[in-house]
Design a protein around this ligand. Sequence first.
Ligand code: PNS
Length: 163
Amino acid sequence: MRVAVYPGSFDPVTNGHIDILEKTSKIFDRIVIAVVHNVTKNALFSLDERVELIRESTKHLNNIEVECFSGLLTDYIREKKACAIIRGLRTMTDFEYEMHMSMMNKRLMPEVDTIFIMSDSNYIFVSSSGVKEAAMLGGDVSTLVPAAVKKGLQEKLKQFKQK
Ligand code: PNS
């Protein structure tokens, strides 16, 4: 069985992530989405909320699992017996960050490669941080995120307004 891990912050999952999942779910038998607590990023959604939003948004795909994870990615890859790491690529700015990360992971675990999937041109500009900022300022992000995420963002905005 060919298992791949798709790690990321997913705060929140966007249509760009879903596009990558739709493409890779045809290539691998099982994909484990590893939702990571990234200490360098200020999260809007809790880890549990992010997991739930991904589960809601990937119901149409039958070979996806979603979990939280902390620690070293390569340890998690070993635990899951995965043969690949999935990452999406949008622009040259992504490339440098992704190249360093994939080389570090390759050094730590030479038998596993990172598979990069180019984002669909519709989503090249879509980032979780951009979506959060636009949504929290009242912008319409309905073409950029799954319906469940749109609802989650609206709830967060309502909570902020009540404070
Ligand atoms: O969506 P993000 O925040 O760009 O994802 C980054 C992520 C979570 C893939 C990366 O930070 C990661 O792999 N973290 C786990 C810690 C680790 O293994 N670091 C060493 C490899 S660079």
